[in-house]
Write a protein that binds this ligand. Structure first.
Ligand code: B12
Ligand code: SF4
Length: 460
């Protein structure tokens, strides 16, 4: 019997170069959990085409919100061809009944502890609609069989997971509800074995917060240090409170960390469930992390209720002042299942329920203190200013410890910005009806001072 496991792409017109793709660990874990009597083929649509007529018995599709419409389309097409379809991942977990309109079965939350049972039910033609085992044990070692394939890729970034669950409960995030409030650990000996088995050198730890449990993190760092690998991951800024932890991370091969800073607004930092609420302390964190030769990659979110259009130049100033090399600039996205979604729905502020736009880059709601168009355009304005050659060069001397990261990420930023700006008029005209009144949107991005309100009618 053959199982096809698919990660759908949001944008089917665009294929990523293979060397840039980080493999989806979820599909490789499913393959690892599958008994040997099945053949498993993994397809990542971001880099390869899907053959809807491919010979197979069962199709498993993983998706988050923004690629859910594509996942549903694929599910329907496979069903039309007589295949059974199972869906899993963040979006089907939250909107199970929506996913069941297109598929035969949904795995709610994690696959560990249910996937083997589902396959047995499938074999005896008694597939249930829903499978769910909340917070399963992560103790069993799951051998990832297809790691070798990724070795052919240029950067060969290997995804590894060490924990699941998050004790915080941010209004805009669904992780707490899906994976539970308690951090569950993969035994360190299994993480080490996975790293050794993969035969790789460069790893991405997928954990929401690699230092969520500082004692576990220290034990992990101590055990992986002798492996002489390099790794990147995500952490909370509270990291800087524990110098020994940063030192151990650096000694274990940490070269970069992604931090959810979210906002430079004092008011907003006070509201977020952040361990550090003071922008000066955040600046100190940047200096401290950098002093250990760890590349600091912040993630910012625009569109909180306290944000006015001043947030855009303020954020740019912050990034420039702190000589941040690379940044992830996002728009607040009310993902289904979050308190933010409930709030905006209650207040009648959602602009669309077309999940394609729920991608962190699109204003899908009416902000409180600016228009949706200003939010959409303001983020692009910051992106433009930050990714300009002159800005990249101004920040280079402070990023000499990682000049290659700095230049490679800066080139990547500019490329992504250019794609986004080209897509902007279409996207904006679909979402913000008055865009047609704007004759040349490019003017807005060549302004040296940010004053959208001078140009844009505030009638929507
Ligand atoms: C690592 C990560 C990334 C990495 C992914 C690297 C990679 N290729 O693996 C990067 C940085 C690239 C990334 C990018 C994005 N991400 Co992300 N990411 C995560 C993170 C932290 C972990 C995901 C992960 O791999 N976990 C480990 C695997 C093993 O777990 P899993 O995928 O959940 O799979 C398990 C189950 O869900 C289930 N399962 C999953 N699929 C299937 C399928 C079937 C058939 C079955 C049976 C079961 C099943 O079984 C698996 C094993 O138990 C999550 C947060 C989280 N904790 O989930 C956010 C998260 C998934 N990301 C999110 C978002 C929004 C994005 C971006 C849109 C952000 C952006 N600014 O662009 C992009 C989109 C990228 C894209 N491809 O379109 C959101 C999704 C919200 C939503 N409702 O859609 C999350 C939940 C973060 C959040 N806090 O909101 N992300
Ligand atoms: S945003 Fe990060 S810290 Fe907040 S609940 Fe989600 S995973 Fe946890």
């Amino acid at each position: 019997m053959k199982i096809l496991l698919i990660s759908p792409s949001k944008n089917t017109n665009f294929k990523k170069p293979k060397y840039l793709l980080i493999p989806q660990l979820s599909l490789h874990l499913l393959a690892g959990l599958t008994p040997p009597e099945y053949d498993v083929k993994i397809i990542e649509e971001e880099i390869e085409d899907i053959n809807l007529d491919e010979e197979c018995d069962l199709v498993g599709i993983s998706c988050m919100t923004s690629n859910a419409p594509r996942a549903y389309y694929l599910a329907q097409e496979f069903k039309k061809r007589g295949k059974k379809v199972v869906m899993g991942g963040v979006h089907p977990t939250i909107l199970q009944d929506e996913a069941l309109q297109y598929s035969d079965s949904v795995v709610i939350g994690e696959a560990e502890g249910v996937w083997e049972k589902l396959l047995e039910d499938f074999k005896y033609d008694r597939l249930k609609k829903k499978y769910h085992k909340p917070c399963p044990s992560l103790d069993k070692y799951i051998q990832i069989k297809n790691r070798k394939d990724t070795k052919k890729r240029l950067f060969n970034v290997i995804p590894v997971m060490t924990t699941r669950g998050c004790p915080y409960n941010c209004d805009f995030c669904c992780v707490h509800d899906i994976f539970g409030p308690k951090i569950r650990h993969i035994p360190i000996e299994n993480v080490v074995r996975d790293i050794i088995d993969s035969d790789g050198k460069f790893f991405l730890f997928l954990d929401d917060n690699i230092i969520g449990d500082p004692q576990y993190a220290k034990d992990l760092f101590r055990e992986i240090a002798p492996l002489k690998i390099k790794w990147v991951g995500q952490a909370s800024v509270s990291f800087i409170k524990d110098t020994e932890l940063i030192r151990m991370a650096a000694e274990s091969g940490c070269t970069g960390l992604f931090f959810g800073l979210e906002s430079v607004s004092k008011k907003q930092l006070m509201k977020l469930r952040k361990s550090i609420k003071d922008i000066e302390k955040v600046e100190e964190a940047i200096r401290k992390v950098k002093s250990f030769d760890i590349f600091f990659l912040p993630s910012m979110i625009f569109g909180f209720d306290d944000d006015t259009i001043d947030i855009f130049p303020e954020t740019l100033d912050f990034l420039e002042k702190n000589k941040v090399s690379a940044v992830s600039l996002n728009i607040l996205t009310p993902y289904p299942g979050t308190r933010t979604y409930q709030q905006f729905k209650r207040e009648g502020r959602l602009i669309t329920n077309d999940w394609r736009y729920y991608d962190h880059k699109t204003a899908v709601f009416t902000p409180k203190n600016m228009t949706a168009f200003e939010l959409q355009a303001g983020r692009l304005w910051v992106f433009n200013e930050f990714s300009k050659f002159s800005s990249v060069m101004r920040r280079l001397p402070s990023n000499f410890d990682h000049p290659l990261y700095h230049l490679a990420l800066s080139i990547g930023h500019r490329k992504i910005y250019k794609n986004e700006i080209n897509e902007f008029p279409k996207r904006a005209s679909q979402l913000f009806p008055l865009i047609d009144e704007i004759t040349d949107y490019r003017d807005y991005f060549s302004l040296s001072t940010f004053r959208f309100s001078d140009f844009i009618p505030r009638t929507y």
